[in-house]
Design a protein around this ligand. Sequence first.
Ligand SMILES: *[C@@H]1O[C@H](CO)[C@@H](O)[C@H](O)[C@H]1NC(C)=O
Ligand SMILES: *[C@@H]1O[C@H](CO)[C@@H](O)[C@H](O)[C@H]1NC(C)=O
Ligand SMILES: *[C@@H]1O[C@H](CO)[C@@H](O)[C@H](O)[C@H]1NC(C)=O
Ligand SMILES: *[C@@H]1O[C@H](CO)[C@@H](O)[C@H](O)[C@H]1NC(C)=O
Ligand SMILES: *[C@@H]1O[C@H](CO)[C@@H](O)[C@H](O)[C@H]1NC(C)=O
Ligand SMILES: *[C@@H]1O[C@H](CO)[C@@H](O)[C@H](O)[C@H]1NC(C)=O
Length: 511
Amino acid sequence: MARAALRLGVRALALLVLVSVALLPLVSSDDGYRHCEGVVRGWADASSGRVKDGDKLSLKDLLFFLHIPRTGGRTYFHCFLKKLYTNAQECPRSYDKLRFDPSHPDCKLVVSHDDYSLTSKLPRERTSVVTILRNPVDRVFSTYEFSVEVAARFLVHPNLTSAKLMTTRVLTKSRAVSTLDIWPWKYLVPWMREDLFARRDARGVYKVHSSKKVNAYDVDDMVMPLHRYINDPVAHEIIHNGATFQITGLTNNSYFDGAHEVRHCVRKHPDLGRIVLEVAKNRLDQMLYVGLTEDHEESARLFAHMVGAQVLSQSGTLTLDLKEDLPIETDSHPSMEPEDEETNGHLNSTHGWQNNEAMNSTNDEHGKGNMTVGKLMEAYETCIAKLWKSQSGRRKISLKKVQEANFSKEARKLVSEAILNQIISLNRLDMELYDHAKKIFTQEHLMLKAQQSMVGQHRQFGEQKGWIGAMCGDGICPPWMVVLVVLGISTIIVLVTLAVTTRKRTSKLKV
Ligand SMILES: *[C@@H]1O[C@H](CO)[C@@H](O)[C@H](O)[C@H]1NC(C)=O
Ligand SMILES: *[C@@H]1O[C@H](CO)[C@@H](O)[C@H](O)[C@H]1NC(C)=O
Ligand SMILES: *[C@@H]1O[C@H](CO)[C@@H](O)[C@H](O)[C@H]1NC(C)=O
Ligand SMILES: *[C@@H]1O[C@H](CO)[C@@H](O)[C@H](O)[C@H]1NC(C)=O
Ligand SMILES: *[C@@H]1O[C@H](CO)[C@@H](O)[C@H](O)[C@H]1NC(C)=O
Ligand SMILES: *[C@@H]1O[C@H](CO)[C@@H](O)[C@H](O)[C@H]1NC(C)=O
């Protein structure tokens, strides 16, 4: 009897132990999830401060160009913003976090790879944010290609030690901001550089190249293959879902101390990504302008009208000549596809205003010509043609050092479906955010079209220069103005209808 009870007890105990052992990981992982959910939700609640709706379309005192790497933002900086803002108006060292000084008086423009958390350093209610998004798969490709391109420039050195030493010397001497100072390249380039040297050392310098067709994204003996690159912890930390994290202020480069924990939680529990994605979508909704790298021409046109026009009208007397201020490159290779041609510059090239001599002279030549949106677009077209040409030339020279890594649109076709799918699944959040951006872009497009047809109609009515004409001038009408006009017209229609029906009713009553 007692023995049976004991046996039963032992069995029950064993069962209990078994069950708890089985449940333990479940319970603890659930705890991890709960904790993470709390962290992410807490962050989301704290970040969902909204600006007043309807307010977003007018340009505020400070323009923050949130430049997501490899989206083509560089051409906007060079070919639009540099023509719209004077050197003095550009906040010092826009690309360099360490020396960034938003308190600088009169500073009106920040262009940076810094994430949204930078706005905590800016007068938030007086800041307009703009950005450009790109198809995440292409962005990953481009990030890979650019990492290789910049790192390959170091291969002129006999060894890694000498390459590093040289860079430090050049940088301290010139005080220039190099790609190596700028997030995310300051991590991605040294990583790739180290890898390139290791591979070169391993194969020996005198390897004879095969002439058979190779997949440029899988040249194992020369360059870290793409599939390795995207699966490396560094890529997980910095590249995947990079647009979403940058727009939510959660990158590895954030000013927000809790960024790492939130990001870590989202990576560990992918379904928490929803919460982050919602914040990102809201942020995009509230931006003054959202462009798409793929739809480059229309993006530029919208930028000129939605942002450029307002900068011009606010600066009033600012007149600029249209002189090019691009570095002159000697090679004349045909230009590549626009979306592949954003760059953060050469090792030696600088960012920001300090070294830009042409810009210096431009500002002194007031009255050389009145800048309009039309002229701005013209200047932009000339400017990007040159920029792309010089960039593609530079790229070709750099990539010569890793001959078989011959990146191009054509070469991308050799990348397997499996790798493409993997990139997509590693960038789920960015994929969805990009879809959202496309919707916003369509709205912007429609808005501009409505505005222009309205101005067109106004023109048809001829000389009667109404208040639209008076306010908008040369057919340049900022979108917020259109909203006002549309609102005004609707109000008038409603009032007239009301008046008419009321009169009808009263007359009926009298009868
Ligand atoms: C690297 O190259 C430099 C310059 O040729 C040389 O002086 C140095 O000894 C090399 N270092 C190593 C570790 O090979
Ligand atoms: C950002 O990521 C890089 C590369 O993984 C890492 O070396 C660096 O420490 C990270 N920085 C922060 C602040 O997490
Ligand atoms: C940087 O510029 C100097 C001269 O201006 C040149 O000698 C050097 O080769 C350049 N460095 C690179 C990496 O292009
Ligand atoms: C800009 O102009 C000022 C005076 O006109 C001059 O002192 C300065 O060196 C110029 N800067 C550049 C980069 O040319
Ligand atoms: C710029 O515009 C003003 C007023 O619209 C005009 O008087 C002036 O002549 C224009 N300047 C040039 C160079 O076109
Ligand atoms: C690189 O690509 C271009 C065009 O796609 C081709 O003409 C060239 O032969 C390629 N070079 C190598 C080394 O594969």
